[in-house]
Design a protein. Sequence first.
Length: 358
Amino acid sequence: YCNFHFSTSLRLKNDLVRAILHEIERRSHYLEREEIETVYLGGGTPSLLTREELEAIFQAIDKHFTLTADPEITLEANPDDLDKAKLQDLAGSGINRLSIGIQSFAPDDLEWMNRAHNSRQAHDSLEWARETGFDNLSADLIYGLPTLTLAQWDQNLQHLLACEVPHISAYSLTVEEKTALNHQVKTGKGHRPDEARTVEQFQHLMAVLRADGFEHYEISNFARPGYHARHNSSYWTGKKYIGFGPAAHSFNGESRQWNIANNALYIRKLESGGSFFEQEQLSLHDRYNEYIMTSLRTIWGCDQKTIARKFGDKLFRYLQQASRKHIEQGRLQVEGEKLLLTSQGKLVADAVSADLFI
């Protein structure tokens, strides 16, 4: 169901780590020596890396970039990769936040998603992470699965609340191109997610977590006070970032670039000194559209003063006109200078954003 770049072979792992170290060195000036506030190892399964490999990456970052005094350093992990010894290694390497891909505690869901872990491993990974000292924990869940009932969805949420997980990322199942799920749907061997069931589960998610003190600070993300994901919040608030490795993206405020999505080719390009990425210069309209899309997804909303300051009066007036019908129909609300999605608007966030694009 996920269409991100990945490889299931570990044959090139050592070469890939060396290539990433080389890329870190080659691109040390990309952010013009700005301080690095967060480091995120993810997309994929960086928990496969050894402590020595992680430390080599951190040493390269520390050598070529300047980190703030208290950086957030997150590692994504699957439950089946985490045992007590591995967690001790991660804690000792400098990782201070874990994002664990639970997805579901229900055996039927895990089997349908072809996950490698089971329900017991999901529980154990959270318990062991806490015992190791990882208080800053995030867990991923997926709703809208054909095997997932509302009662089971509630059980998933209650499990995470009982485990005292302070940050929850919950994603709606979508049928992405070039995935096994898309092929199954096209060939009649699988079904598209049921829209009514998905809406019901999303509304239940918002209600349960709000009642338990979580802040719904981004469409798919919920956190207790003090536990917002600092790294991901940077994307949604338009900060600059640099990405290393195959398929990684970077943004410097004016342009965006993305690395080759092929491990072997990425390695060869780094070894030969060749170009390993594509790049696009962002127009004023590109940057306006991206600000609309990312800001509206958040609790902080779209700041109309920022629109006027960054993009000019013409786009400010366009936004005011384009947003009027969504305000009248209850999908957007105005608080001071901010445009915010309502609960109804969160169900169709992408459509609202697209309607405000140039």
